[in-house]
Design a protein around this ligand. Structure first.
Ligand code: ADP
Ligand code: ADP
Length: 225
């Protein structure tokens, strides 16, 4: 079954068409890479799925249900956005617990879920630290734990590795894929890095100037002219 379905989605800012007639679907447990140059509409597409922006036309469905009327917090979507860093005034534990509290997880269940998530991203023992006391890679691990904590129907990652240096980016890329696989997360990962898109995705969708111009398996995209 398709966990996510975008049908003919268009988003304009004034006269400017940022996203035009985009159709997307993802099967459960798959990772889809959304690849394209800066400004081609990738983030806008993610924002419409998350519910931060409303399409001018077209529909967004999650698990077969049209979500156009749902606010961001009413959609069970896990987010790791560039402009949505960890809350600096909260500890690691509080950051990971945030989404759980927000979504009404019974209080007694929260600590064990937080521990489970920190174990998944190999950050056990760091509970009491603040984001400023963590390296960039550690911050991204915690952000991933926060994104996955509510067992979201879909996980949206916007340039999750681009703030890291090259060596760390490669290490974390491999680990990111393992973690997403191990929890069976249905994921869209936005990147402008072709190598990253090909290595992370089961499927790659290429955007240019607001439109989808190509889609296929990583091998098909790699071989395409
Ligand atoms: P990408 O994520 O691929 O870099 P974006 O989705 O962020 O692209 O942006 C697509 C286009 O829409 C860009 O030209 C950008 O300048 C424009 N855009 C994005 N957000 C807004 C906004 N709030 N108001 C006006 N233009 C915007
Ligand atoms: P506007 O409607 O003025 O464009 P938005 O409400 O869409 O503003 O949000 C502004 C920015 O904040 C967007 O980049 C969005 O991704 C981000 N944002 C807002 N709330 C959240 C949230 N809960 N999680 C992640 N990002 C968020």
């Amino acid at each position: 079954m398709n966990v996510l379905e975008l049908k003919d989605v268009t988003k304009k800012y004034g006269e400017f068409v940022a996203v035009e007639g985009v159709c997307l679907e993802i099967e459960e447990g798959k990772i889809l890479s959304l690849l394209g140059p800066s400004g081609c509409g990738k983030s806008t597409t993610l924002r419409m799925i998350a519910g931060f922006t409303t399409p001018n036309s077209g529909t967004v469905a999650i698990a077969g249900e049209n979500v156009d009327h749902l606010k961001p917090y009413e959609r069970n979507v896990g987010l790791l956005f560039q402009d949505y860093a960890l809350f600096p005034h909260m500890t690691v534990e509080q950051n990971v617990a945030y989404g759980l509290r927000y979504r009404g997880t019974p209080k007694p269940m929260i600590p064990s879920r937080v521990q489970q998530m920190l174990s998944l991203v190999r950050m056990l023992g760091m509970e009491a630290r603040y984001p400023s006391q963590l390296s960039g890679g550690q911050q991204q691990r915690v952000a991933l734990a926060r994104a996955l904590a509510t067992d979201p129907q879909i996980v949206l990652l916007d340039e999750p590795l681009s703030a890291l240096d090259a060596k760390l980016r490669l290490e974390l890329r491999i680990e990111l894929k393992e973690i997403l696989r191990s929890v069976g997360a249905t994921t869209i990962v936005v990147t402008h890095d072709q190598e990253e898109a090909l290595s992370l995705g089961d499927e790659v969708v290429v955007m240019h100037a607001g439109k989808v111009i190509q889609r296929g398996s990583p091998i098909e995209i790699y071989k395409a002219p």
